[in-house]
Write a protein that binds this ligand. Sequence first.
Ligand code: PBG
Length: 328
Amino acid sequence: MRFPQVRPRRLRRTPALRALVRETVLRPDDLVYPLFFSASIDAPRPIGTMPGIFQLPVSAAADEARAARALGLGGVILFGLPHTKDATGSGACDPDGPVPRAIAAMKDAVPELVVMADVCVDEYTDHGHCGVLRTNARGEVDVDNDATLEILARSSVVYARAGVDVIAPSDMMDGRVGRIRAALDDAAFTDTAILSYAVKYASAYYGPFREAADCAPKFGDRASYQMDPGNAREALLEAALDEDEGADMLMVKPALAYLDVVAKVRAASTLPLGAYNVSGEYAMVKAAAAAGMIDENRVILETLGSMRRAGADFILTYHAKEAALLLG
Ligand code: PBG
C-alpha cells in the first residue's frame, strides 16, 4: 500500500472538517433562472408538465427581476411566446415582442441583474422548427441554415437594443455565433456578450419545455441541426468552432445525461462553461417528489452539484429559486 496511514474518514468526522475539504460548492450566483414571457396573457399561467413554473405576462418582469436579485441569482434567461407565429418567425425580430419588453423592464428595475436572452426562432415559427424552411436541391424540405442566420442576427440586435447583457443562441445553425457577433459589432454592441448553446443534443429531455414555450415541431424532428446523443468528440468540434467565431461562454445541454461531455468541454476550453439542467430533468425530479419517492431538496442540490463537479461554472435551471432558498 502506498499510504498505509491515510484514513479518509478522519476528514469526514465533523461538518466543519467536511466543509473545509469540500472540492466544489454551489452558490446562488452559479444559477440562471429561465423565464417564459407571453404576449397573450395578463396573469401567470401554470405549465402542466413543469410544476412551479409559469408562463408570465410582461407586466411581471420587474417583480421577477427584484426576486432574482433578492435571491442572489447569477442571472435570468428569457424566452418569448409571441401573439402570432409565421413561417419565418418574424416575431423574433419585433422590438415590441415579449422578450425585448421584458428585458427593458427587468434592466430598468434592477440594472445590475445579468439578463440573458435565448435567441432562436422556434417559438416564433408556425411550423416550430429552429429556422426557416426551404426546398433543397434534392427536393426535400429542410431548415435553411444561411437564411436563418440573418434572422438570428437581427433578433440579437433587437435584444441588444433593449439592453440585454448576454445573447444566447440555441438554434444550432452552423456559423451563427460569428454572424451574430458581426451584427452586434456593426450595431456598436461590442460589449454585448454571447453565450453559445455550443453543444446541444437532439434530446427527449426537452419535452416539457416544448409545452412551456409552445414550440414543438409540427413535422419531423430537430435531428438535422441538433447533435446526435451518441457523439462526444463532435462536442469538442462544436465548442472549438464557436470559440473561434467569438463566443464568450459555452454551454452544454442537456446537463444530467451529458456530464461526461461537460467534463470534456471543460478540459478543452478556457471559456466559462454553462450547463442547462433542462425541462425534462426538472420534471422527473418534481414527479418523483410528488410521488413521495425521493427527498426533493437533497436531490435538487446533489443534482446541481454534480454539474458543478463535472466542470460547469454556472447552471441554467428551473430549480434556481428553490435551490437559492435552500442554499440560504
Ligand atoms: C430552443 C430551445 C429549446 C430549449 C431551450 N431553447 C427547445 C428545443 O431545442 O427543442 C429547451 C430547454 C429545456 O428543455 O428546458 N429555442
